[in-house]
Every structure is written in C-alpha cells, then in structure tokens.
Design a protein around this ligand. Structure first.
Ligand SMILES: [Zn+2]
Length: 318
C-alpha cells in the first residue's frame, strides 16, 4: 500500500516568466486526496481553474500549455516534473500570469521548495498506471514508446547536429531517488539564433543565461558551463516526466524516446489512452490472493518521506 501525498504547508515564490519577461507570483497549496494538480489563474476574473490532465493540454510547441475556456497556463512541465519526481500527487498552484516562473530553467528550485515544506501522507492509496503491452508513436523526426516493466524507467536519446550535443542517451531508473540526484537540476537549453528570433516576435523575453543553457554555433555561452556533460538529454528526461504527469498518476513501465519532445510525448499519452487493453490502473498492493505475482517498484520519494520507500515492493496479479 502506497499512499497519496500533498505538501505540508503553503509555498510562495516569485520569479521571472520565460515568455513575458515579467515577474510571476506563484503559491502552491496542499490539496485533498484524488484532487491531482490544479492550476488557478488568480489574476483573471472568476479565478479559472485548470487541472493538469491530458484533456486540457492545448499547446506543445515551445512548452506544455494547459487551458480551459481560453484561460491558459504555459511552461507547466518543470513544476509537474518536480511534483511527479518527488511523489506529490495533490496540489493547487495559483499563478498571477499565463506562465509558471522559469526559475533557473531546471526543476531544482521547485524540488528545494517541496523539500523545505515536506510531504503530508494522505488517507488514500496512490493509483498507478501499469503498462501491460507496448504502445508507440513516431513522426518524421523521432519516436516515443511505453514498454511493460516492473518499475518506472526512462531511456531517452537526443540527436542534435551540434558539436557540443550530438547524440546523447540517458537511461534512468526512477525507483532509487534518481530524480533528485540525476535529473531535477538539468537546465533547459536553446540556440542563440532561436532566442534572437523568438525575442523578435515577442516570445522568450525573460530568457537569459540565468535560466537556460544557450549555445551559439560551436560553444556554450554560459560562463559557468554545464552541470553534467550530458545535461541536455537529462533535461529532456525532466521534461518527459512533466509531460507524462498529465496522466495524473505514476506510471509503472519503461518510457523509451528517440528525438521526442512535448508534442510526441503528448501524442503517446493519447495513443496510450486509446489502447485500453495495453494498461491497467491498480491501487491495492498486494491483491488477494496473488496468482502470478510480479513485484512492482514505485519511483522513490525518500527525500520527502521519513521512511524510505526504496524497500517497498508490491505484488501485482498479472
Ligand atoms: Zn524543459
């Protein structure tokens, strides 16, 4: 049995928005069991609420944007990634603009804020989405797939025609607290020529060396360099965890991506939802009596919990 979690108390922060270039205020509050993550546009009349779920994803071009009836919040993926990676199921996120603050371009500041307040274990089990058979999508550039596995794993490959990036693969098991150690502090990245173009059309106005790795044709502009030699692919893993969080529950399966991005990740989730025989939702461990048991391991949330769930395994009837 593995119970849902929310945060212990309110979190407040204020930082620059990537696209508007203005300071965005954000308050994260605890939420009830089964509530999931809901964004609130507190700057708009009626304070519209937008739940972070697949049906509300309305744009995946530069970042993931969710919206309901014209009220939108964009760049939600890094915060959702932090919630997912740290095992927070339920939260209310109030923002006073149409984007989440970009912070340093990674999820580390969000993880630090979550650790500062800690997690509150709630009175109901987490639901888990267990992948039972492979599902995949592809386009001209890349592919993304889910394969059955006993734990949440990601294998992500990027391939950029740039001397400092090239082909990089990141393989990570999320069941041993790897999210905080290996993924959450990888920053987003961009190319100088794209930044110049985006700013000319009024986007990425808040983009700077403080919140992204910026590359020109052959070098990294940031004086401090990289946090990992393969920080680029690690950030794509961070993004994918945020994109997959639109399912509203942890996944038990192996996510394999080649040159994927927000759009393809989103298409994969839609394809998964269409293929109902390829997954099941479970919430009780172990079911009685187990016929053929396969032990499952959840992503580890040891950092936010007093007890280490690392040791927890679950039997699941297949
Ligand atoms: Zn990102």
């Amino acid at each position: 049995m593995y119970r849902q979690r929310t945060i212990r108390s309110e979190i407040n922060c204020r930082s620059i928005g990537l696209h508007t270039g203005r300071k965005v205020g954000m308050t994260i509050r605890p939420a009830e069991v089964d509530a999931g993550v809901t964004f609130v546009r507190r700057d708009l009349p009626g304070r519209p609420r937008i739940k972070a779920e697949l049906a509300n994803v309305c744009d995946t071009t530069l970042a993931t944007t969710i919206g309901v009836n014209g009220a939108t919040v964009s760049t939600v993926e890094h915060l959702l990634s932090a919630f997912s990676g740290m095992g927070v199921d339920n939260a209310i996120v109030e923002v006073d603009a149409h984007e989440v603050p970009i912070m340093d371009g990674s999820a580390q500041p969000f993880v630090n804020m979550l650790k500062d307040v800690g997690a509150r274990v709630q009175g109901k089990c987490k639901k888990l989405l267990v992948i039972k058979s492979p599902v995949s999508v592809a386009d001209a550039n890349g592919s993304a797939a889910f394969l059955p596995d006993r734990e949440f794993k990601i294998t992500y490959t990027i391939d950029f025609k740039h001397p400092l990036i090239g082909r990089q693969t990141c393989h990570v098991h999320l069941s041993d607290a790897a999210y905080e150690r290996e993924i959450c502090n990888a920053r987003t990245f961009g190319f100088l020529r794209d930044v110049e173009y985006l700013q000319a059309i009024g986007l990425a106005l808040g983009g700077s060396l403080k919140n992204a790795i910026v590359l020109d044709e052959e070098r990294i502009i940031n004086k401090s360099g990289l946090r990992f030699p393969d920080e680029f692919v690690r950030h794509k893993v961070l993004d994918a965890i945020g994109d997959l969080a639109m399912l509203g529950m942890p996944i038990i399966g192996h996510f394999v991506a080649f040159r994927s991005g927000h759009r393809l990740n989103n298409l994969l989730l839609k394809e998964l939802m269409r293929n109902k025989e390829s997954w099941e939702i479970v919430s009780r461990y172990p079911p009685e009596p187990p016929r053929t048991a396969m032990s499952l391991r959840l992503p580890s949330y040891a950092v936010l919990d007093a007890v280490s769930p690392y040791a927890e395994t679950f039997a699941q009837v297949r």
